[in-house]
Design a protein around this ligand. Structure first.
Ligand code: TC6
Ligand code: NDP
Length: 219
């Protein structure tokens, strides 16, 4: 479906089912993409997700699944792309999709931990990889309406509309346009940065992916 959508814009699309959680599959995907196009200009690490749950209830398997997807998987993609750029003496640009972590993320604490890890990993390698002309940035969406909202109970997703001072959710284009700014030549003097696209959520708002607990209801 994604492939057909992208092809409708007239571009050439290469798609390969894989999981970012397996370093071997990541390396295969990056190598084949390089072969297909001759080079990779931009890596956007958009794959990710989590499930809503009180942190006290996290099982080892659930915790590991979220850390493996959002922190480890993102890292395997970053490292693999960067190794190819360095080996081929090519410049590159990475944009990691993270989240609005700045006031914590109660109800999805595992993903908050993983995304915080990605942000500081990105800042670190933005410096390490600058001599190779590789930029590394993050985009942090607030609550932006997507198919992903369907992973939350109605009492959880209802709070997403009240997650920022604009008092409505953003959309996928809000995020996409920020990614293009960071990835393209428009962002050529930007590295190690996080662009928040959140309607002001880092300042005010009350998202509760599990539904707002009674304790936090102010009458
Ligand atoms: C403010 C918020 C706004 C944000 C919006 C968005 O992000 S929109 C983007 C929204 N998009 C998304 O969020 C995408 C959502 N999905 C995903 O990304 C993946 O399914 C995953 C990473 C959550 C799990 O990876 P996987 O499927 O490969 O699974 P696996 O086999 O590796 O481990 C499975 C283990 O994880 C646990 N566990 C899993 N689900 C639940 C649950 N509902 N309940 C409880 N626990 C759950 C459970 O322990 C399970 O083990 P079990 O009990 O089965 O033995
Ligand atoms: N929407 C929002 O409000 C927010 C979203 N985000 C993040 O933005 C990104 C996009 O989310 P969104 O479009 O909303 O949600 P979706 O659930 O629609 O998209 C998540 C995508 O990640 C892919 N994916 C998940 N796990 C893996 C994996 N192990 N390997 C490869 N691909 C994987 C999924 O592929 P498949 O469909 O094949 O499983 C899916 O295409 C995610 O990282 C999300 O957490 C962050 C903050 C807020």
């Amino acid at each position: 479906m994604a492939r057909e959508f992208l092809e409708s814009f007239g571009g050439r699309v290469f798609a390969l089912p894989m999981t970012i959680r397996e370093p071997d599959q990541v390396e295969d995907f990056v190598a084949k993409t390089n072969q297909e196009f001759g080079a990779i200009d931009v890596l956007v690490n958009n794959a990710g997700g989590q499930f809503p749950q009180a942190a006290l209830d996290f099982s080892p398997k659930g915790w590991n699944a979220v850390i493996d997807t959002n922190l480890n998987g993102t890292w395997w993609m970053m490292q693999s792309a960067a190794r190819h750029w360095v080996a081929n003496k090519q410049s590159g640009s990475i944009v990691n999709i993270v989240a609005d972590i700045w006031r914590g993320m109660p109800g999805i604490a595992h993903t908050c931990a993983a995304r915080a890890g990605v942000i500081y990993l990105s800042k670190s390698v933005a410096v390490e990889w600058a001599p190779h002309d590789i930029r590394v940035n993050c985009v942090a969406p607030g609550c932006c309406e997507s198919n992903g909202f369907g992973n939350y109970p109605p009492e959880g997703s209802a709070t997403f509309q009240d997650s920022n001072p604009m008092r409505h959710a953003g959309d996928e284009w809000d995020v996409a346009e920020g990614v293009v700014y960071m990835a393209a030549n428009s962002g050529k003097f930007v590295t190690g940065e996080v662009l928040n696209i959140d309607g002001g959520q880092q300042l005010w708002g009350d998202p509760w992916p599990t539904g707002r607990p009674d304790y936090f209801r102010i009458s």
